[in-house]
Design a protein around this ligand. Sequence first.
Ligand code: NAG
Ligand code: NAG
Ligand code: NAG
Ligand code: NAG
Ligand code: NAG
Ligand code: NAG
Ligand code: NAG
Ligand code: NAG
Ligand code: NAG
Length: 424
Amino acid sequence: MRGSVLLRAASAVATFTGAVSATGGFCVRKKVIIDTDFYNFSDDPNAIGIANAFMSWGEIEVLGVISDIRSRYAPPAIDAINTFYGHPDIPLAISKPVDNSVYTPRNSFSAYTPLTFQKTQDPLYTEYPAYVDQLSQRFPEDTNDGENTTDPVTLYRTLLSKAPDNSVTIAAIGFFDALYLLVDSKPDAISPLTGLELIKRKVTELVVQAAGTGTSFNIVRHNPLYPTHVLNQWPTKLTFVPGFIGSSVRWGSRLTTEVDLQKNPVAWAFNTTIGYNKTHQSWDPTAIYYAIRGLDDVYVYNKTGGSVFFMPNGTAIWRDNVPPTAPQNWVNLKISNVTFAGRLEGILLWQPGSAISPAQSSCTGDNSTKPGSGGSGYGGNATVTGGGRPTPTGAISSGSERSISIGGLTVAVIAGIVGMYLYT
Ligand SMILES: *[C@@H]1O[C@H](CO)[C@@H](O)[C@H](O)[C@H]1NC(C)=O
Ligand SMILES: *[C@@H]1O[C@H](CO)[C@@H](O)[C@H](O)[C@H]1NC(C)=O
Ligand SMILES: *[C@@H]1O[C@H](CO)[C@@H](O)[C@H](O)[C@H]1NC(C)=O
Ligand SMILES: *[C@@H]1O[C@H](CO)[C@@H](O)[C@H](O)[C@H]1NC(C)=O
Ligand SMILES: *[C@@H]1O[C@H](CO)[C@@H](O)[C@H](O)[C@H]1NC(C)=O
Ligand SMILES: *[C@@H]1O[C@H](CO)[C@@H](O)[C@H](O)[C@H]1NC(C)=O
Ligand SMILES: *[C@@H]1O[C@H](CO)[C@@H](O)[C@H](O)[C@H]1NC(C)=O
Ligand SMILES: *[C@@H]1O[C@H](CO)[C@@H](O)[C@H](O)[C@H]1NC(C)=O
Ligand SMILES: *[C@@H]1O[C@H](CO)[C@@H](O)[C@H](O)[C@H]1NC(C)=O
């Protein structure tokens, strides 16, 4: 039955109600690939949790998550978060060989200097920051080892070749090792296109957690050759979410004090890296929010029309007078940091299985859980509200929804928000 849901029409939602909330998404299920340096910072688990919540709400589809850190523990840790949100089958990838190191450490702009991870070391696995290996030990997941995942270029090429043209957003919230290899990849059995051709055809926008001017952690911390090579020739829309935004948006105390740390891997990871009732900067969450919702009521484009250029050492310069081949922008915050902090934290305070607040999303949930799970995209035995599973009669039933049939269309009224489905 679920296959008969053809379309959830965003414009129709607006037409029927005029009541799409200011923050509301349009339920077009934007396709997002996340490329993360998931290792010791709290902001990668937070960003991946936020993406999963939006997927549960039906706003996006996370096509895959790429780990650009070679720790064998990163993919299972990511899987633990995806699984918590009811999305255990999101494809994951990491470059091989996986090993026990994090990555070749490079200290800012100077010579290679070993980094220390003392604050985040697990005494049993001194090579790793604390939460990454423990996430997979404490929370359900079935990846077990990064070794069991596919190669990042293979996954990128597969996901892109299967996607409709101009349909994919890539959120680069980490380093660029995998994108570097993708850009230079040759035609193969997956696709007759080169990596750059695939990107040009399939990727609408690359969202980068870094600044369009000066130096940024994700660009210079690791090997600047990779981001420089990727970003200086990026053929489609390129948007930077600068670090000063995430630095000014701090939250986390409610996440650790109001959420069950033994059940929620994102809250547990935050508590473990940052601590109980503490706040922290939110670089990757601010970037993933833009990747998911675009400007929304949160951002404005600041710096448009020109283009970015990365010097070999990774320093970016913004060239106002050099027009890009496709739009390049960086964003500034339009709402207060306090409001945005509350909104981002609120997304993670939402627990799988609970009702979707219309203030958070006008969408009604995804249908990605497997048949028989009893849920509707909320992570297993959810108290299902919304979800839009059609009954045999074609009406939509579940939770608090009411349905009205108008001709061949079924309109679901959910807490004042209207979603429309077309049935064959
Ligand atoms: C719901 O799931 C079916 C497959 O079971 C899929 O074809 C359809 O696109 C999904 N609908 C949405 C809105 O994601
Ligand atoms: C993560 O590791 C970096 C070193 O790369 C260190 O500077 C930073 O303090 C660590 N973060 C946390 C939250 O421990
Ligand atoms: C994954 O890796 C683990 C540890 O190396 C191994 O025992 C397991 O069989 C592998 N396969 C799966 C599907 O987990
Ligand atoms: C908002 O920004 C101000 C000024 O930078 C800062 O003092 C405050 O902690 C920030 N609040 C949040 C919630 O991020
Ligand atoms: C949360 O962090 C605090 C340290 O800030 C620690 O004492 C506590 O045990 C942690 N809670 C869990 C459930 O890990
Ligand atoms: C968290 O810290 C604040 C002070 O910053 C305090 O007022 C509050 O009681 C603490 N909450 C918990 C649950 O410990
Ligand atoms: C753009 O940023 C500059 C400084 O970085 C600031 O002065 C200006 O107000 C910003 N414009 C917008 C539209 O945010
Ligand atoms: C990066 O390279 C440029 C051009 O050579 C130079 O002007 C700049 O000072 C360098 N930046 C750093 C942080 O070393
Ligand atoms: C979910 O439902 C299954 C089957 O009904 C049951 O075995 C399992 O204990 C339930 N899990 C939770 C967390 O309620």
